[in-house]
Design a protein around this ligand. Structure first.
Ligand SMILES: *[C@@H]1O[C@H](CO)[C@@H](O)[C@H](O)[C@H]1NC(C)=O
Ligand SMILES: *[C@@H]1O[C@H](CO)[C@@H](O)[C@H](O)[C@H]1NC(C)=O
Ligand SMILES: [Zn+2]
Length: 432
């Protein structure tokens, strides 16, 4: 199968983008992924997973692109393709190609972004940080009675990390939405901004009820430095931008940097070059630290925390650090996740979400936002939501997916909160 794949790869890459030269002129300093491909490799057990993961360690140059349930998605450079092919032919792993040429996917996305020429903010394309912040200012100015801007702190490079609170009345249960902690997951901030706009402007009864009976705290772009870097230098950047001592590799995985079971059970990496590098110590990353301080300050007001990610179409609940134990309210967390998944599937798109604990459904993850919120801040409804897709485009999801994905998030969150209320999770923890 792999050899067929290679032949296809060779054929496909002969197709040259006609407007490639123009794109290049504007993007001369971008990291390029010409002829890099993404392969899906399935594994049966942890031993096989470790064997595959070893391919992504020095001296190999294959990179881990993403992990999904029982499968690794590997980014294979043209230079490492022969080694990868040899590995596959000597093992019993079968690989399937997802993306033939990552650069082409990036160029297509870039072209679609450029085609959506409205110079104002739009959900037909991915907006950059400056555009998102201008839009946020505009929203705050248009809805002064029910919105309030806040800044949770500063990033490593000194950017303010901004959020919006939406509150229609006192005495509402609180929902916190963290988004774009992973820089390249652009669909998350696109969805978060669309969601904010719906809460404020929709006339639909269900949305009005949703908007007005909860207090919303939404940070559309948490990893601001990484997000800017992913727009300006490297579309596939995931981590923060703080340099590491004793390594030329930059950044840590902020979603492994929270002080809750930090670095336990192989749930993160100690290697500064790894994509899931936990950082030198808990809260070494200013962005995670700022979130933690902000949330700690309002934790009595929060009943629910959702962390937006992509991709895989999953709802992941605590725990991340262990699959041996589950939280006391695991059954409720599954029932609430099911409500989200059912609501999404009922939409005309029919998109399927799976759900489970992150350690149980996927693999150990330590020091993530949702586990920290659950374990340390007493927020008993806490999920990571992995948006579209399941790998066809991965992180480079075409902008035509923004609105459908956001509609799914809206339907999902509405159902999730309805289920939470039914189960008694939206009672106030503070006196009005
Ligand atoms: C990508 O592969 C094609 C086909 O093998 C080749 O012609 C082209 O030069 C390669 N591009 C780069 C930038 O390596
Ligand atoms: C591959 O599978 C065959 C048949 O199931 C088995 O005999 C062989 O030992 C396996 N090879 C490896 C490298 O796992
Ligand atoms: Zn992520």
């Amino acid at each position: 199968m792999i050899f067929n794949t290679l032949r296809t790869l060779a054929t496909i890459t002969l197709i040259v983008l006609t407007d490639g030269a123009n794109l290049e002129a504007n993007r001369g300093n971008h990291v390029r992924y010409d002829n890099y491909s993404v392969y899906k490799v399935r594994y049966q057990n942890n031993l096989e997973r470790q064997t595959l993961l070893s391919l992504t360690q020095q001296p190999h140059s294959i990179k881990l692109w993403h992990e999904a349930r029982h499968e690794l998605h590997l980014l294979v450079s043209p230079q490492s393709l022969p080694e990868f092919v040899t590995f596959l032919s000597r093992s019993n792993f079968s690989a399937e190609i997802f993306i033939q040429n990552v650069q082409k996917a990036i160029d297509n996305e870039y072209a679609a972004n450029s085609r959506a020429t409205e110079d104002t903010f739009s959900w037909k394309r991915y907006n950059n940080l400056a555009e998102i912040e201008d839009w946020l200012d505009d929203i705050l100015a248009r809805y002064p009675k029910v919105t309030e801007g806040f800044v949770i702190g500063k990033s490593y490079e000194g950017r303010p990390i901004r959020g919006i609170k939406i509150s229609y009345k006192i005495g509402n249960p609180g929902v916190f939405i963290e988004s774009n902690i992973h820089a390249r997951e652009w669909i998350t901030s696109a969805t978060a901004t669309w969601f904010i706009n719906e809460l404020l402007s929709s006339n639909e009864e269900l949305v009005r009820e949703l908007a007005e009976s909860h207090d919303w705290y939404i940070v559309p772009v948490l990893n601001v430095d990484g997000f800017v870097y992913s727009h300006e230098k490297d579309r596939l950047w995931r981590k923060t931008r703080q340099p590491s001592a004793g390594s030329s590799c930059v950044g840590a995985d902020a979603n492994r940097n929270y002080n809750s079971h930090w670095m336990e059970n192989g749930g993160a990496s100690a290697d500064p070059c790894a994509e899931d590098y936990a950082g030198p110590f808990p809260f070494s990353e200013p962005e995670a630290k700022a979130m933690a301080e902000f949330i700690s300050g309002i934790k009595d007001k929060l009943n629910v925390l959702l962390a937006f990610h992509s991709y895989s179409q999953l709802l992941l609940s605590p725990y991340g650090h262990s699959s041996e134990v589950v939280p006391y309210n695991h059954k409720d967390l599954m029932q609430v996740a099911k409500a989200y998944a059912d609501a999404v599937q009922a939409l005309p798109y029919g998109t399927i979400y799976q759900y489970g604990t992150s350690a149980g459904l996927l693999y150990p993850v330590s020091g993530s936002t949702k586990d920290w919120a659950y374990n340390e801040q007493d927020i008993k409804i806490s999920y990571t939501v992995e948006f579209r897709d399941t790998g066809k485009f991965g992180f480079v999801l075409p902008p035509s997916h923004i609105i459908p994905n956001a509609e799914e998030a809206l339907a999902g969150i509405e159902a999730l909160l309805r289920e939470c209320k039914k189960l008694g999770y939206l009672q106030l923890k503070y006196k009005v």
